[in-house]
Design a protein around this ligand. Structure first.
Ligand code: FDA
Length: 510
């Protein structure tokens, strides 16, 4: 009877004692489905290199199951990890450096209730964006929508609590900006809503990341009116088609365009099909969502970005929900049920980093960046999302997400690979670190900002549960800027013993 099985037994006994969680919702490594359940939502297999597996996986269906698990974690001193959609770039929802932990997987905790009388919805944290978008569109007969991320398998629990940016942020802000209530199980096992938790904790949950404060159970969302038709386009431009000049113009105007117009750029290295002398080139894909009809989009583009040369044949008018399918990379005319598929769309190994840019790069910088990208052995890419519009109207301290007025765009750097070997991982992580270092002179500084939802443990990590505020400020101020201090003070109020600790949780600070 090993120490591990003793801990498993104690946790199970504690759960039995404290809640009515049926044993079929508790999985030990001996259960046949433990392995498939563990892997079911993992996106980044790099996070599994050398990481321990959970002692138990619990799949609650009721709020009381969650608070019982919190109390058992406290009583037995066994850490919890909470997973909603499993997309964490560093795997903090299902791995830890502490050897024994219990995983709460919320995939069964995912009901969504839409109220058409006041255009709101209550959505459980374990629901995915695809499930939410589908339910809103279906029940409102495609008249309502919600602004959040692009990938339908993202879980609401992590995505909303870390901000949640997407194609409608220039019109409506982040997902977190449109949350009007939340329910959370705290370290004391209590279940609180906005009224009982108070405005400080409610503020923290909208961009501060949920994992530091408790287990978020559900959110109440303000839904938004959407026109019956929106318009999308995707235009690829190679280096030899003037990609750099276009990028240069794009960054001058993308944040100033009509709020309803979102044009992001995906910059990637591709095999050069046309030139035998070189075997790689760079493509800039201009991907757009306009919350209106094609004719209006064409006239806006002709006025503000004629160089891109958008033509009617580049555009597609469709319902908002079909634009979601299209931007997520699915055929826009395909079954909308695809949005309900929780299976990870990507299942490889990757490393990601981010920046927020406040001053446009000059043309030479784009040339240098493209030369660097093309010169690499692997195929790194960058996703560049424009800010401005509604994002400028929300103050830096209104939510913990501080990257507001003055942030022109967010850059996400990604490198992915297939070989599961540790050596390949090391090489690719080094490549990504080199790219990040290479970008240093050109991007924002003091602090060099980063986006919490694009989590990066290279920025710093808590060595253990006792890691303090000063140590954590190194990475905390990059994600939250001036808001880091208030987040640490809220943490002190709601979880002074730091039960909800992880490698990048906010430490309590009085
Ligand atoms: P996951 O379950 O891994 O949780 C992430 C973090 O939140 C962990 O620390 C976890 O413990 C915590 N957490 C989860 N549920 C919780 C709960 N109920 N209560 C408390 N804490 C909880 N981002 C973006 O803004 N826009 C985008 O378009 C995209 N697109 C995108 C595509 C792909 C393929 C990936 C892999 C990632 C993105 N992201 C993104 C990043 C994404 O927003 C980020 O990884 C979110 O944290 C994912 O939330 P999940 O619930 O899926 O993750």
């Amino acid at each position: 009877f090993s120490k591990i099985s003793a801990s498993q037994h104690s946790f199970r006994d504690c759960l039995n004692h404290r809640s009515s969680l049926p044993s079929k919702f508790i999985f030990t490594p001996e259960n046949q489905s433990y392995e498939s359940l563990f892997f079911s939502s993992i996106q980044n297999n790099r996070t599994l290199l050398n990481s321990p597996r959970p002692l138990l996986i619990i799949t609650p269906t009721q709020e009381s199951h969650v608070s019982a698990a919190v109390l058992c974690s406290k009583e037995l001193n066994i850490p919890l990890r909470t997973r909603s959609g499993g997309h964490d770039y560093e795997g903090l929802s299902y791995t830890t450096t502490s050897s024994s932990f219990v995983l709460i997987d919320l995939h069964k905790f995912r009901s969504i209730t839409i109220d058409l009388t006041d255009n709101t919805a209550w959505a459980d944290a374990g629901a995915t964006l695809g499930e939410l978008y589908y339910a809103i569109s279906f029940q409102s007969n495609n008249t309502l929508a919600f602004p959040a991320g692009v990938c339908p398998t993202l879980g609401l629990g992590g995505h909303f609590s870390g901000g949640g940016l997407g194609t409608m942020m220039r019109a409506y802000g982040l997902a977190a900006d449109n949350i009007i209530d939340a329910r959370i199980a705290t370290a004391s096992g209590e279940i609180l809503d906005r009224g009982s938790m108070g405005e400080d904790l409610f503020w923290a949950l909208r961009g501060g990341g949920g994992a530091s404060f408790g287990i978020i159970l559900s959110y109440k969302l303000k839904l938004l009116q959407i026109p019956p038709k929106v318009t999308v386009f995707n235009i690829d431009k190679l280096l030899e088609q003037g990609a750099i000049k276009l990028l240069s113009k794009w960054q001058q105007i993308a944040h100033k365009l009509d709020k309803r117009l979102f044009i992001r750029v995906i910059l990637q290295v591709v095999d050069d099909q046309n030139h035998r002398s070189r075997n790689k080139t760079l493509t800039a894909t201009f991907q757009s969502l306009f919350l209106g009809e094609e004719t209006e989009l064409l006239s806006l583009m002709a006025e503000s970005f004629p160089e891109l040369g958008v033509k009617p044949e580049d555009c597609m008018e469709l319902s908002w929900i079909r634009s979601v399918l299209s931007i997520a990379g699915y055929p826009p005319g395909g079954s909308l049920k695809k949005l309900l598929d929780r299976k990870p769309q990507f299942n490889d190994l990757f490393k990601t980093k981010s920046d927020f840019q406040r001053v446009p790069f000059n043309d030479e910088v784009w040339e240098v960046i493209s030369g660097w990208l093309v010169g690499q052995n692997e195929f790194p890419f960058m996703i560049i999302d424009p800010f401005g519009g509604r994002m400028d109207e929300i103050g830096e301290t209104e939510t913990p997400f501080p990257h507001r007025k003055g942030s022109l765009y967010n850059i996400q750097y990604i490198i992915s690979w297939e070989d599961p070997g540790v050596e390949t991982a090391r090489e690719n992580i080094d490549r990504m670190r080199n790219l990040y270092k290479f970008m240093t002179p050109y991007v924002s500084r003091d602090p060099r900002a980063a986006y919490l939802n694009y989590r990066d443990l290279d920025l710093g990590r808590n060595a253990n549960r006792n890691a303090g505020y000063a140590e954590a400020s190194v990475w905390g101020e990059k994600y939250y800027k001036v808001n880091f201090r208030r987040l640490a003070q809220v943490k002190f109020k709601v979880d002074p013993e730091n039960l909800f600790w992880n490698e990048q949780s906010i430490p309590p600070f009085a």
